[in-house]
Write a protein that binds this ligand. Sequence first.
Ligand SMILES: CC(C)(COP(=O)(O)OP(=O)(O)OC[C@H]1O[C@@H](n2cnc3c(N)ncnc32)[C@H](O)[C@@H]1OP(=O)(O)O)[C@@H](O)C(=O)NCCC(=O)NCCS
Length: 190
Amino acid sequence: MTWQLRRAFPADIDSIMHIETSVFDTDAWSKDTMMGELSSEMCWYVVAFRPETPDSIEAYAGLHAPHGSATADIQTIAVAPESRRGGLGRAIVRTLINEAVKRGATEVFLEVRADNPGAENLYRSLGFQQIAMRKGYYQPGNVDALVMRLTPARRKPAFTATDNHSSHAQHEARGEASVGGELSSEAEES
Ligand SMILES: CC(C)(COP(=O)(O)OP(=O)(O)OC[C@H]1O[C@@H](n2cnc3c(N)ncnc32)[C@H](O)[C@@H]1OP(=O)(O)O)[C@@H](O)C(=O)NCCC(=O)NCCS
């Protein structure tokens, strides 16, 4: 399965909210909150789609990473149920980490519900480690939040901004979608 990622913009709000409200039942963000994220210079959101259906958004995720700040936060991620377990979530999180590093972050943080082992596994598989727990953070339900941190290794991007629109072959590595300039990367599952 192949997906492409691109930066998300306010015009994507309806597609994103469609997934948001169907995936997160009790704790979905409001449209205003999501619009604030998409509009903020301190944030960086991406959406994923299949190359043959670019208008059908199948996943989104976002980062809060003010330029020059040493820390960044993964704000949210959601993959539509029919697109899960194909490597898309991991590719998106890697893309967010790359952007955080590009913006100067040396630590990336996130919170995940303690009753969400799938997401926790995803983050652990990328090197995030639990550093704290916030008891009863998620309401209603009184569900704890695991606070996780990654100290990303600084490494040279696999390809540069000028390569971004070159042949797909260069973008095949699953989850190795490095970003530079406007994002045009691809997540692929063979
Ligand atoms: C969590 C989520 C983003 C994962 O997306 P995905 O595209 O299915 O993830 P991937 O296919 O890249 O999976 C990467 C790894 O995550 C882990 N993982 C993902 N889903 C899992 C599940 N249901 N159970 C156990 N592990 C899971 C596995 O370690 C997996 O690696 P593997 O396939 O090699 O075993 C997706 O399930 C989702 O949108 N869930 C609802 C929203 C949500 O919970 N967001 C996270 C908020 S913190």
